[in-house]
Design a protein around this ligand. Structure first.
Ligand code: SF4
Ligand code: SF4
Length: 83
């Protein structure tokens, strides 16, 4: 249990550190955590307009084998996969 949580925390840190959302045209700075694709982060509280998504060229997409985009407005990979 603890190991799983530690592993999640590690992966989350990895996603946030590699995340390129701040270079995206849809991005808005409001002091929240980036890495919206990650299950424990998910949707943004301030990004509402979809003006393009650059997740496809983010290294995290390759690393975690992500299949969606617009995580900031549509929810994490897990959330969108369950729809
Ligand atoms: S895939 Fe998108 S949301 Fe996830 S870390 Fe990369 S740029 Fe950020
Ligand atoms: S999740 Fe996609 S649309 Fe949203 S800020 Fe990141 S790159 Fe841009």
């Amino acid at each position: 249990m603890d190991i799983d949580l530690d592993e999640m925390e590690e992966k989350k840190k990895m996603a946030v550190s590699m995340c390129i959302c701040k270079q995206c045209p849809s991005f808005m700075e409001c002091g929240e955590s980036i890495g919206y694709c990650f299950p424990t982060i998910g949707k943004s509280n301030c990004i509402k307009d979809e003006k393009g998504c650059i997740c496809g060229s983010c290294p995290v997409t390759t690393q975690l084998g992500l299949k969606h985009d617009y995580y900031c407005t549509r929810g994490s990979e897990k959330e969108q996969s369950e729809k």
